[in-house]
Design a protein around this ligand. Structure first.
Ligand SMILES: NC(=O)c1ccc[n+]([C@@H]2O[C@H](COP(=O)([O-])OP(=O)(O)OC[C@H]3O[C@@H](n4cnc5c(N)ncnc54)[C@H](OP(=O)(O)O)[C@@H]3O)[C@@H](O)[C@H]2O)c1
Length: 240
């Protein structure tokens, strides 16, 4: 039986490229999309490239949607080999600590942290059934205390508290879940794709979505001796 991978927010951007690359490696890819029609359009394109892809409706902030996606994957596949938590937002109006509105912070945390944790815990029984599942959380250099704290780094100038701090929380989720799952065969890591040209990254970004996807794909396909509880970019392991 093929490996089954579920990528959240895979109807476009880096998520779609992760699906394409995992699919090209022979995995059956489930395209998570909050708008099912957009997910189906993305899946159709991948199928035309010879990839086994299906769309699954998933709004990560909606418990009913998470339950329905989990039930569907259980019924159709009975297990999940790879979960890529890719869906995320930079909330509208995100700003520095002295400027940002509470509602903006809440929006970032609902999607980027709470949604990610809810999706992961709902799918954990299916990930356990796969035996040696891989969980990959999309992170960013903007969540690195080391890089944001270095005044010589361009990361120190980006004033988006909702995004940066919610992704720093994702880093902590990654390391804590890795610890909780040690000895189960499940490896949990975070991927920093670099600045990629997507709707989120903007058209002036220096990397393609395919380049950004590659690090997540590497972490999703780690062998049995692979690392867990780490954040990696193309250049290797990153400091928290
Ligand atoms: N692009 C970069 O330079 C960059 C750099 C570092 C890290 N990252 C990370 O890489 C990941 C992908 O980024 P991207 O640039 O590809 O972003 P993107 O083009 O904006 O795509 C984000 C995806 O997430 C989905 N999404 C957002 N909120 C959701 C929700 N509540 N429920 C379900 N799906 C939701 C979007 O769905 P809709 O299409 O319906 O909006 C879309 O499919 C993110 O985790 C991001 O933080 C990106």
């Amino acid at each position: 039986m093929n490996k089954v991978a579920f990528i959240t927010g895979a109807n476009k951007g880096i998520g779609k490229e992760i699906a394409r690359q995992l699919g090209a490696a022979g995995q059956l890819v489930l395209i998570g999309a909050r708008d099912l029609a957009r997910g189906e359009a993305a899946a159709k394109k991948l199928v035309a490239e010879g990839i086994e892809a299906r769309a699954v409706q998933l709004e990560v902030t909606d418990p009913a949607s998470i339950r329905a996606a989990t039930a569907r994957i259980a019924a159709e596949h009975g297990k999940l080999d790879v979960l890529v938590n890719n869906a995320a937002i930079i909330p509208t109006g995100d700003a520095g600590v002295t400027e940002v509105a509470a509602a903006t912070l809440r929006a970032a945390y609902e999607t980027n942290v709470i949604g990610l944790v809810e999706v992961t815990t709902a799918l954990l029984p299916l990930l356990r059934k796969a035996g040696a599942a891989r969980i990959v959380n999309l992170s960013t250099s903007l969540a690195s205390f080391t890089q944001v704290g270095d005044v010589a780094s361009p990361m120190s100038t980006v004033r988006t508290l909702g995004y940066n701090s919610s992704k720093a929380a994702v880093n902590m989720v990654t390391v804590m879940l890795a610890n909780e799952l040690r000895g189960t065969g499940i490896l949990v890591n975070a991927a920093d794709p670099g600045h990629c040209a997507t709707d989120m990254g903007g058209e002036d970004a220096d990397r393609t979505p395919a380049q950004g996807a590659a690090v997540a794909v590497r972490l999703a396909t780690l062998g049995p001796d692979g690392h867990t509880g780490e954040v990696h970019a193309e250049s290797g392991r990153l400091p928290w």
